[in-house]
Design a protein around this ligand. Structure first.
Ligand code: SF4
Ligand code: SF4
Length: 453
């Protein structure tokens, strides 16, 4: 067999001294989401890409590199293999992910949000239909696990509905011997010590994604509640208390920071505040995200992707120096790009309509065209009908999308087919700042840059 460098291997340029005094360079194999150091000579052989030089790497190390897919058989069509894995992951019936919007209302009115919120009474018949759908999926012998994402509007405004549905889901999961857990995406304003405990202890929420847009004054200006009050203090205090007291040990907390030109300069202050207020914990991760278009016009505040990535690399270094969780490189290969690329994922809106893409419901202009069915039409565990983006891997495979040429495809999947279609480039920041991220990882490992004193 002739070994060749994988097209999905990233190699850092900078040299470091490891603890044993060896000169190393950092490497990341996107096909296995593995981050590792390579001695300088091996890195040099791989960087050159010459198969003779690679063959000289020694069988033991070559076997290790092959296990990480850092080197591959020259005869392998790697793009086909990666797309094959995506198709398999998208079609796998065992893992079902269902996003439920228990309410169409939100108690905030953020300028950059593309959703249109409105109050509507709870429709009990609709709630029952959604419950039956999830019960049907749990009853299917092919299902191993169901993960429900509570999404909004603001889902905590409908906590009673979340309770009622969860009781039925966990009962069905117990009856059929299936795994069940939930994620919750929230603006954080209704979080209290008691709610956090209930989410964790009774409602099986294992991942919480809370949006905090800046230090108190900035967050409370950008994410003002409709009653005119800010929510920063209560949100952060509730989270910090739960983390400090260890009351929600199985909960992973993601803090999403929506960044645009208006708040980008305040991100460092926010990081310092979050660390000082007690959120430097292995339970918590910071997730900054550039604000992107939902079809409304935010082009004035959209940051150039490269400029954003450069700033984000600074925040990454600061966050890690403060002990805040901020992932360097993606830690897992994706099974599918997103909800819109797997018919085993679906979004159920408050009126019982089924969507494939999470940015269609409640979004004026996109909503009507995004409905793929009503929940009544989904029988048993049948996958949802195809949506607008279920042909994504064909587009990547035949060259219509540049993602087919990208070394990050196995961990990115193309990010957001909807944004590509609308003419935006949705590449995550790692595309532009992976070298800085590899440097941060090297420092975490205790490596010293060569030349540093
Ligand atoms: S297409 Fe984009 S917006 Fe729609 S579910 Fe996928 S990632 Fe989300
Ligand atoms: S979205 Fe960007 S980073 Fe992701 S696979 Fe496509 S080109 Fe690569």
């Amino acid at each position: 067999m002739t070994w060749t460098r994988s097209r999905y291997l990233l190699l850092g340029e900078r040299r470091y001294r490891d603890r044993a005094g060896r000169t190393v360079r950092m490497a990341y194999s996107a096909r296995s989401a593995a981050l590792f150091a390579l001695d300088d000579a091996t890195a040099g052989r791989l960087a050159g890409g010459d198969s003779g030089a690679i063959a000289a790497i020694g069988p033991e190390l070559l076997a290790e590199l092959a296990a990480r897919h850092a080197v591959v058989d020259a005869a392998e069509d790697e793009l086909a293999a990666v797309l094959g894995a995506y198709r398999e992951g998208s079609d796998a019936p065992g893992s079902r992910k269902i996003t439920i919007m228990p309410t169409s209302y939100c108690n905030m009115a953020c300028d950059y949000c593309g959703q249109e919120h409105f109050k509507a009474p709870v429709d009990n018949a609709r709630v029952e239909r959604v419950i039956r759908r999830v019960e049907g999926v749990l009853a299917d012998p092919a299902t191993d696990e169901v993960v429900v994402t509570w999404f909004g509007g603001e889902p905590l405004l409908a906590l009673r509905v979340v309770r009622e549905m969860t009781a039925r889901f966990t009962a069905a999961a117990g009856r059929h011997g299936k795994r069940y857990h939930a994620r919750l995406v929230t603006n954080g304003s209704l979080l209290t010590r008691r709610t956090l405990r209930e989410l964790h202890d009774e409602l099986c929420v294992r991942t919480l994604e809370v949006t905090i847009d800046g230090p108190e004054a900035v967050h409370d200006r950008r994410r003002l509640k409709r009653n005119g009050r800010g929510a920063f203090h209560r949100t952060v205090a509730s989270l910090a208390e739960a983390v400090r007291e260890g009351t929600v040990p199985q909960l992973r907390i993601g803090i999403r920071v929506n960044v645009d030109e208006e708040n980008e300069d305040t991100v460092p202050d926010l990081l310092v505040d979050l660390a000082c207020l007690g959120l430097a914990s292995p339970q918590v991760e910071i997730h900054p995200m550039p604000v992107h278009s939902w079809g409304n016009d935010v082009s004035a505040v959209e940051l150039g992707a490269r400029r954003y990535a450069a700033r984000e690399a600074e925040w990454l270094r600061l966050a890690r120096s403060l002990g805040l969780g901020f992932p360097t490189m993606p830690g897992a290969v994706k099974p599918t790009t997103c909800a819109a690329t797997s018919r085993h994922r679906e979004i159920l809106d408050p009126s019982g309509r089924v969507f494939a893409c999470s940015e269609h419901p409640l979004v004026p202009g996109a909503e009507a065209g995004g409905v793929v069915a009503t929940v009544d039409e989904l029988t048993g565990a049948a996958p949802r009908p195809a949506g607008a983006f279920d042909d994504w891997y064909e587009q990547v495979g035949d060259g219509r999308q540049q993602c087919g040429r990208c070394p990050l495809l196995p961990v990115c999947g193309g990010s957001c087919p909807k944004l590509w279609r609308e003419g935006h480039v949705p590449c995550p920041s790692v595309k532009f700042n992976w070298a800085e991220r590899l440097d941060a990882a090297a420092l975490d490992l205790g490596y010293r840059p060569v030349g540093a004193v």
